[in-house]
Write a protein that binds this ligand. Structure first.
Ligand SMILES: C[S@@+](CC[C@H](N)C(=O)[O-])C[C@H]1O[C@@H](n2cnc3c(N)ncnc32)[C@H](O)[C@@H]1O
Ligand SMILES: [Zn+2]
Length: 388
């Protein structure tokens, strides 16, 4: 199969293909994708700006494989030209095998050649099927993945059932969403349709609300399948949201779905309790149903951080993971220094200094990995303003 795909791809694409390096992996990619503002989907899709999320995937896979005595089967349902899958097979260490699937046979041809370039061709298999068919067939054959990845254009919602079924007990599922306008509340009806929840527009912690909507949708699908999905790590960048879940084949009895609120009048926010009105008396904006539980698992973030040493993007990933570890036990809905400044009618306080002051005043406080200007705290806005 791989040989056939290789031949099919070669004739059509030889011209505009170039080699690039991500992490420790050589990748063959369309030259235009390195320069275009929006990477072309034909002949194969490659987005160089998604490198950081692939760096994180490698760390997650390496940590997972280490915990499984080196062995891990990766199922990548929408693999494109293998930027992620070939990197996982090449850089995760141990005996990581990857099955890369994509409807685009030409993209898989490039994946096969890239795997060959890196000497990991023996651990990379390629198949060209519709993603759900691919995942369902693997689940039926009992070849469930230790790591299953779903990285579509737009929403991952339609792939969740089969992706959850194709993930091994104790394994991990990672999903990407790039339908940012939907998740940020521009099209609330589409958000309700795809994610089963109401978004809110223009809050400083909009990224977190978006991630919680994505996580909530996957958790709800899992619950329906008597499978528990525990968010273990999440990240956002300009153009994507990603959530990693630990998957356990047992009924979900946690009831972690709920709503979050944001009060435009006083700045309070968090998981919505019983009251419909904010403490200040105003009616807050409300989003959900969505995931209201932890977004980060500190031991897993630490295990990923332990894999950073000696890697090309190791230092910046380690900083990200350090923040994730610190915020794991902190409340939902972060604040930003800019909103503090606009309420205090002053220039933005320095993040590290504000966190220090909050801690000295007896509040819990930490930075957040989701926004370089953001922080989490047990204090509410009135107390934050006293420390600003
Ligand atoms: C965002 S790209 C994947 C990028 C890749 N995971 C990476 O990290 O570079 C999405 C891919 O999904 C493929 N695709 C779209 N719909 C599909 C489907 N229903 N089944 C399988 N592949 C599909 C496209 O050909 C495209 O290569
Ligand atoms: Zn209020």
């Amino acid at each position: 199969m791989l040989k056939w795909l290789l031949r099919a791809a070669r004739g059509a694409m030889e011209g505009g293909i170039t080699e690039t390096v991500e992490g420790a992996t050589r990748l063959l990619v369309p030259a235009a994708s390195l320069t275009a503002a929006v990477p072309p989907r034909e002949p194969a899709f490659y987005n160089p700006r998604a490198r950081r999320n692939r760096d994180v995937s490698v760390l997650a896979c390496a940590a997972l494989a280490r915990a499984r005595r080196g062995e891990a089967l990766v199922l990548e349902a929408l693999a494109g030209l293998g930027a992620r899958g070939v990197r996982l097979a090449n850089e995760s260490g141990g005996d990581v095998r990857a099955v890369l699937n994509d409807l685009n046979a030409a993209a898989l041809g490039l994946a096969g050649r890239s795997a060959g370039l890196n000497g990991c061709g023996g651990r990379v298999e390629a198949t060209s099927e519709e993603a759900c068919r691919f995942l369902s067939a693997r689940a039926r054959a009992g070849e469930r993945g230790a790591l299953v990845d779903v990285d579509p254009f737009g929403s991952p919602a339609r792939y969740l059932d089969c992706a959850i079924r194709a993930t091994a007990h104790g394994g991990m599922l990672s999903i990407t969403a790039t339908d940012l306008q939907v998740l940020h509340g521009l099209f609330p009806a589409a958000c309700a349709r795809h994610y089963g929840g109401v978004p809110i527009r223009r809050t400083p912690h909009a990224r977190e609300t978006a991630l919680r909507l994505v996580a909530g949708c996957a958790v709800a699908v899992g619950a329906r399948l008597d499978t528990t999905l525990e968010p273990a790590f999440c990240e956002s960048d300009m153009h994507y949201y990603r959530v990693y879940f630990r998957v356990r084949s047992r009924p979900d009895t946690r009831g972690g779905l709920g709503r979050v609120f944001h009060c435009g009048a006083c700045g309070r926010r968090g998981v919505l309790g019983g009251r419909a009105a904010c403490e200040c008396g105003a009616a807050p904006l409300v989003a959900g149903p969505l995931w209201t539980g932890p977004l980060f698992d500190a031991p897993f973030a630490a295990a990923m951080r332990a894999e950073c040493d000696g890697r090309r993007a190791g230092a910046s990933c380690a900083r990200l993971l350090e923040r994730a570890e610190a915020e794991a036990a902190m409340p939902a809905c972060y604040y930003t220094v800019d909103e503090v400044a606009s309420r205090a009618r002053s220039s933005p306080p320095r993040l590290a200094r504000l966190i220090e002051r909050l801690r000295r005043a007896g509040h819990g406080a930490s930075p957040t990995s989701l926004d370089p200007t953001g922080f989490r705290t047990t204090a509410a806005m009135p107390e934050i303003l006293e420390c600003a």
